[in-house]
Structure formats: C-alpha cells, structure tokens
Design a protein around this ligand. Structure first.
Ligand code: DP6
Length: 356
C-alpha cells in the first residue's frame, strides 16, 4: 500500500537476517571517511543467526513513490549519507551487470521499502549497526539479483558491517586500492572450525552509548598519538598472530590477544583528547574477575572484550560456561533472579546472555 491505495502491481520482496560480529582485533579509526577505509585490519567472530541479529525485509514495487525505511517499527529518514551510499552502490552495481535478468532490470526503476528489526538493544555497543547494514546490503543485493561479494558496500554503511557478511571468523583487510575496492571482508575459518567456542554477552547497560563509534574514532584519530602507533606497529603482527590462533584453535593465544587488543583499544580512547570512557565500574570489575579466574586456573580460560560501550563479551570454551556463569551470578547478584539470561545450544559460537 502507498497512500492508502491497494497495489495492483506485483511486489518483489526479500527477507534476510544478519548476526552481529564481535571483534577480537578492533577497528578504530578511518583513513578515508567517505569510503570508510580503516587505519588497521581487524578480525571478528560472527555470532550464529538465531542470536543477536537483525532481520530485514526489502520490497520493490512500481507503486512505491519513494524509498522509505522503518527501524524497529519506526519510520526513519532515508536521506542519511550512509543509507544513500548503500542504496546508490547497489543500484549502480545492478545496472552495471552485463547480462541483466528481466527481473532485476524491471526492479531498477522501482523505489524500495525497507523494514528492519533488531532482537537486541540498538546502539548500546552491541554492534547493531554492523548487523543492520550487513543485513540491508545483503537483502538489497538479493533483491536486485547481485551475486558475489558485496562487503565493500556494507563497509560504506558501517565499517564493522562488512565482517557480518560472513559467518565464523572473519577478517577485514585494509586494502590498497584508492577506490577501496580491495578493503573487504574475508572468512578466515567457518564457524564449524571451532565448535567448542562460546560467547557470553554480559549486558551491563542496555542504554544508548554516549559517544557513537563514528564520532569517537574521528576524535581519536585526530588527537591520539597512541592510535597511530597501534595501527602501524601493533595490529599488523597481532592480526597474523590472531589468525594463527584461530586456525590452530589455540584458546590461550586467542584469549590473551583478545584481551590485550580490547585493552589497547580502550587505552586509545583514554589517550583521545578529551578522553572517551566506554568502560564503567562494572566493566572494570568484570575485567578483574576474568583475570582472577584465569590466574586461579593458571591459564586463560575466559577472555573479555569491550566495544564502544560498557557491555562485556566473554569468549570461553563450552565446558567452562556453567562455572563462569555461576561466578557472574555470585559476584553480580543484583539481577541473579531475573529471567533475561538466555542460553542457546545451537549454532556457533553459542551465546549466553547474562544481565548484570
Ligand atoms: C569498537 O563500524 O560502528 O565496535 O564505521 O563509523 O560505522 P563506523 O564504525 P563502527 O565501529 C565499530 C568499532 C568497534 C570495533 C570493531 O567492531 O571492530
């Protein structure tokens, strides 16, 4: 329906879901704001489809008078530069295809309606924009019949979104091309490669973050000497070490690098002027708890990482989930009796959520 009139023409419609990804080597800083090109490569783990994810339906019809978008039931402006960029790039690619099918040729003249829902708090530092743009670009690509990698388009919606285009362990390469065409996401290993790996999402605060990632990293790049050092001297070798840890399923190395990289990312936030604080007291207590737990066992059994917010994501192996959940309940008893703790048994990595 548009303007209350029933449509007489057929609608083409596609629905996709895309999960969030949680970086273990963080992206923080762009070398090109327009093309969304990062100052360092990054690596993440994509959660499984049925957990923290976005579901997007895109429809095209000749009856639609203009492009429109709804996010969690609320209509939003379609005129944001990033949305326009993704829509424009998809349409450009669809037009460029050599042997256009009848269907996509027809659709090229149509406006689209986009409906997107998150099953988790939006903009709370739980990678909502990553899942959102990955899902949008994936759905549009399918609607317009575009095959092949479109992670370079998702990247222009939100940098970290390019990594949610693939499952399992995914790297985002820096690339060298001026047009950014080789700054893309690539799968390092599929999810099945490490079936025992688990993710525990510890929701410290589900509210909207004070400083968004885009703005935060701009200020960091402009004012922090540490972030330039990190990009040039730390991340390149760390990225290689992390890939090796993943391929070898070496949890000791994986966990230690994950924690070191999260800490260094937050150190660059502190080195930003004026400083940015994403971690709160509860986040810091979780960090201490994980180190005490690991020290007690004489090895890395759990690893924390924090994005642009206070919520902790813990990586651990399946056998240790009950013990770590019990520890969290013991040390953060406030919400111990609530029912928001969810454990999932399918997919990989499985997510347990604990609100503290
Ligand atoms: C801390 O991808 O949200 O989660 O490209 O400006 O949209 P934009 O930023 P965004 O930044 C994510 C930053 C991070 C680390 C990461 O996911 O690698």
């Amino acid at each position: 329906m548009e303007n209350g009139r029933a449509s007489t023409k057929p609608i083409s419609q596609v629905t996709c879901t895309a999960p969030v990804n949680i970086a273990v080597i963080k992206y923080w800083g762009k070398r090109d704001e327009q093309l969304v090109l990062p100052i360092n490569p990054s690596l993440s783990v994509t959660l499984s489809q049925d957990q923290l994810c976005t579901r997007t339906t895109v429809a095209a019809s000749v009856d639609f008078k203009r492009d429109r978008i709804w996010l969690n039931g609320q209509e939003q402006s379609i005129d944001t530069p990033r949305l326009q960029k993704c829509l424009g790039e998809i349409r450009r690619l669809a037009r460029k295809r050599k042997h256009e099918e009848e269907r996509s040729g027809d659709l090229l003249g149509c406006c689209v309606h986009i409906c997107s829902e998150n099953n988790f708090p939006t903009a709370a530092g739980l990678a909502s924009s990553a899942a959102g743009y990955a899902c949008l670009v994936q759905s549009l690509a399918r609607l317009f019949g575009i095959d092949g990698d479109v992670s370079h388009i998702a990247r222009q919606g939100s940098g970290s979104a390019c990594r949610s285009m693939y499952g399992g362990f995914v790297e985002w390469t820096m690339g060298r091309a001026e047009d950014g065409s080789d700054s893309v996401a690539k799968q390092v290993a599929p999810a099945e490669h490490w079936p025992e790996l688990r993710v525990l999402v510890v929701v410290v605060n589900a509210g909207k973050k004070a400083v968004g990632s885009t703005e935060g990293m701009q200020t960091t790049v402009r004012t922090s000497a540490l972030v330039a050092y990190r990009a040039e001297h730390v991340v390149p070798s760390r990225q290689d070490d992390m890939k090796r840890a993943v391929l070898d399923r070496d949890f000791q190395a994986f966990g230690e690098i994950t924690m070191r990289d999260s800490n260094q990312f937050h150190a660059t936030c502190l080195d930003t002027y004026p400083p940015i604080f994403y971690l709160n007291e509860t986040s810091k207590q979780i960090i201490h708890l994980v180190h005490r737990y690991n020290r007690h066992h004489g090895k890395v059994k759990a690893a924390y990482t924090f994005d642009a917010g206070p919520n902790a994501v813990l990586y651990l192996l399946q056998d240790d989930v009950p013990e770590v959940l019990a520890l969290l309940k013991h040390f953060f008893p406030a919400n111990a009796n609530n029912d928001s703790e969810r454990t999932f048994v399918r997919g990989l990595p499985d997510v347990c959520r604990k609100d503290v």
